[in-house]
Design a protein around this ligand. Structure first.
Ligand SMILES: Cc1cc2nc3c(=O)[nH]c(=O)nc-3n(C[C@H](O)[C@H](O)[C@H](O)COP(=O)(O)OP(=O)(O)OC[C@H]3O[C@@H](n4cnc5c(N)ncnc54)[C@H](O)[C@@H]3O)c2cc1C
Length: 383
């Protein structure tokens, strides 16, 4: 009988091997050509990586959150765009369905998602409702036993490539607005009439992930495709984001780690003033700081994950981990460009992609400023 440690080692090794063989050699080309590798996502899905934390009774791997972060770090070190495409699926729609799905919804959606047969995404943001997501305006209206959805969502990861999206819309009516309490979540198969993903955004980084607006035009859904209770959608989204933010922490650590690995090789090879630049103490100190901050980010993320595994509320710790890890990834990749000198600024060398990919970790799933708002609010809450 394998122990939890054996399982962790096996899963992380499998993720590392897959990332080395099937993702990393192609990541630069996917980035250049904006290519979303759905075939490779399907392949990793068959190995169980689209159901990493889904309980075994729903066909998932049932991994603990720490192991999940370790596996995601391996994938992100190979390509952060690939990591976000599968990370969002594993974290947000999966968490929402596990916690609030009916038995029928779990059978119909959660199990095939965990088996890697369906890819999912999550659409909360709108053009006018980003940090202030509760101000969203997409509307669902009752029509007999159905709901009919109209509106436009912005920047949804996987919107143009997923099989289903978890979409947050208003179910309160314009004459009786209830703020965050007027939002509900719907499970929307992307082949439903009236669902249309716009052209993928032309992004600075994560160029092979699919990010797109969604047009909802008279999307008719049976009442059974609402998730959980009416009016609870915003709470479900925030719960999903707690899990999502842990994943962004691992994504950021993977980016930072890979930048350091490239720098160690480059600094040993690059000669100036008759010796490798790694012999200069200024370079050594920079590398030491990069490694130390990355290890601290990893530790903070794993600590938040361990709290999740212990069943504790992680809102505060997930925000701390995401904030620190994303700012670390941005700082480390900036130092990496500096260590590479002019080569760092060139597309032919790998660190500029890492720098571009790092930036968005400070923006999505709540900007760094919003993480600070969440942390400050939690600190001020009476205990
Ligand atoms: C690549 C990518 C993928 C994404 N994927 C998804 C997805 O899958 N699903 C989804 O729903 N959304 C997604 N998003 C949207 C993302 O979550 C939002 O961009 C993010 O929440 C910030 O919202 P905003 O862009 O509207 O910025 P704004 O909210 O307009 O913020 C602009 C600036 O104002 C600051 N600010 C705002 N409010 C405050 C405040 N109270 N205090 C201090 N500063 C503040 C912000 O920190 C930021 O610096 C994605 C975005 C990107 C770029």
């Amino acid at each position: 009988m394998p122990t939890a440690t054996d399982i962790r080692e096996q899963v992380v090794e499998l993720a590392r091997e897959f990332a080395r063989e099937k993702i990393e050699p192609f990541a630069a080309e996917w980035d250049r050509t904006h290519h979303f590798p759905r075939d490779v996502i399907d392949e990793i899905g068959k190995l169980g990586f689209l159901g990493m934390c889904t309980p075994e009774e729903y066909d998932g791997m049932g991994l603990d959150a720490v192991t999940y972060l370790m596996a995601l770090e391996e994938i992100s070190a190979a390509d952060a765009a690939f990591a976000v495409s599968i990370g969002i699926h594993n974290a947000i729609p999966t968490t929402m369905l596990v916690k609030h799905g009916t038995a029928a919804q779990k059978e119909r959606w959660l199990k095939p998602m965990a088996r890697g047969e369906l890819l999912a995404g999550f659409a909360l943001s709108e053009a006018e409702a980003g940090s202030d997501a509760a101000a969203l305006r997409a509307q669902a209206t009752r029509d007999g036993k159905d709901w009919v959805l109209n509106g436009t969502k912005a920047w949804a990861t996987n919107a143009g490539t997923a099989d289903l999206m978890m979409i947050m819309v208003r179910t309160d009516q314009p004459n009786a607005r209830r703020g965050a309490k007027g939002i509900s979540t719907f499970i929307v198969p992307t082949d439903t009439k009236g669902y249309k993903a716009a052209k993928p955004e032309d992004k600075m980084g994560l160029r092979s992930s699919n990010t797109a607006a969604i047009e909802l035009t008279d999307v008719r859904l049976p009442a059974g495709q609402m998730l959980g209770e009416e009016g609870m959608g915003f709470i479900y989204a925030m719960e999903g984001l707690d899990a999502g933010r842990l994943g962004i922490g691992a994504q950021a650590v993977g980016i930072a780690r890979r930048a350091i690995e490239h720098c160690l090789r480059f600094c040993a090879e690059r000669q100036q003033f008759g010796k490798p630049i790694q012999d200069f103490q200024a370079v050594q100190f920079k590398l030491a700081d990069m490694a130390t901050r990355t290890e601290a980010a990893r530790a903070l993320s794993h600590r938040a994950a361990a709290r999740k595994d212990a069943g504790e509320d992680i809102t505060l710790y997930a925000s701390m981990a995401k904030l620190f890890a994303s700012e670390t990834a941005m700082w480390v990749t900036t130092q990496a460009i500096q260590l590479f000198g002019g080569y760092g600024y060139m597309r032919d060398f790998p660190v500029e992609k890492l720098f571009r990919d790092a930036k968005v970790t400070e923006i999505y799933e709540g900007t760094s400023e919003i993480q600070r708002v969440v942390i400050a609010r939690a600190l001020n809450r009476p205990r």
